[in-house]
Design a protein around this ligand. Structure first.
Ligand code: FPP
Ligand code: MG
Length: 300
């Protein structure tokens, strides 16, 4: 089977981004709605840029099993709200203390720290309001998706748990198992939840869910390894965020623990394994496989 060219993958990502952005614009309160300070700040960070990777993964996993477009876009948009909340909070002075994100000044630099905290809270809350709103998918699917996302961003192997260990190991020597926990929890779990929630919306069976789970876990870990590599090798102009921060802050990262070349090889191997998990779907899985490959050659 011929893999999709990077150009074709980019076109798929671009198409998904356009649809997701239109849906986010519909779902977010207008900037002027009372109280305008928070609605402006929510829109500022959401529309500052971003690849819309998590919604795209949700859309593509859902389409693989015949999911309905409207539900997938809704759940995908909720994933982006959650992701943007995590970026705003991650950049706060008490956490990574960053002043650049998605090529723009971070939320707390523009709106102040208190509003940035509340903006993250508001995006997280709106995500669950949107998923639990009337309309498709079925009530049972919604409940499963809500549980899936809440677990993936919580403390038990989820995003907040990973973030806690990330903070607690800063300035300390970490072992490989701790580093894998951090990466799989803070970044991998939400990415796994993105593909799983798409598949759940499409009422995929247990075997199908198991395959997309493997894909999501491997792609999720590879994604954070590449994020670590880009912090060392990437450019601020392309990434839209400060580079070299991990080293400055003595963070536990793949290049620091395993070296640059071994980290690249581990990421490539994970992507191969992720793609293998979807082989039973033949050509239907080409886009998800193409996205996985794109993620390790990306420069932003
Ligand atoms: C960049 O995503 C983001 C990551 C690699 C995830 C890092 C993990 C966190 C920020 C978790 C923080 C958790 C809490 C609780 C504060 P991306 O390259 O897809 O960014 P984009 O959407 O701007 O393209
Ligand atoms: Mg961080």
């Amino acid at each position: 089977m011929n893999p999709l060219s990077p150009e074709t993958v980019r076109q798929h990502l671009e198409q998904a981004r356009t649809s997701v952005d239109a849906e986010l614009d519909r779902l977010l309160p207008p900037a002027e709605e009372y109280p305008p300070s928070i609605h402006k700040a929510m829109r500022y960070s959401i529309f500052a840029g971003g690849k819309r990777l998590r919604p795209t993964l949700c859309l593509q996993a859902g389409r693989l099993f015949g999911g309905e477009e409207k539900s997938l876009l809704r759940v995908g948009s909720a994933l982006e709200l959650i992701h943007t909340y995590s970026l705003i909070h991650d950049d706060l002075p008490a956490l990574d203390d960053d002043d650049l994100r998605r090529g723009k000044p971070t939320s707390h630099c523009v709106f102040g720290e208190a509003t940035a905290i509340l903006t993250g809270d508001a995006l997280l809350t709106l995500a669950f309001e949107i998923i639990s709103d009337a309309g498709a998918p079925s009530a049972e699917c919604k409940l499963r998706v809500i549980h899936e996302l809440a677990h993936a961003i919580g403390t038990q192997g989820g995003m907040v748990g990973g973030q806690v260990i990330d903070l607690e190991t800063t300035d300390r020597t970490s072992d490989a198992a701790t580093l894998d926990y951090i990466h799989s929890a803070k970044t991998g779990a939400p990415i796994r939840a993105a593909v799983r929630s798409g598949a759940i919306c499409a009422q995929a069976g247990e075997g199908d869910l198991a395959r997309v789970t493997t894909y999501g876990e491997k792609v999720g870990l590879a994604f954070q390894i590449v994020d670590d590599l880009l912090d060392v090798l990437g450019s601020q102009a392309e990434l839209g965020k400060t580079v070299g921060k991990d080293g400055q802050q003595h963070k536990a990262t793949y290049p620091a623990l395993h070296g640059i070349e071994p980290s690249k090889q581990i990421a490539s191997r994970l992507v191969e394994e992720a793609c293998e998990a979807l082989e039973p779907y033949g050509e239907r899985a080409q886009i998800l496989q193409g996205i996985a490959h794109y993620l390790i050659v990306r420069n932003s």
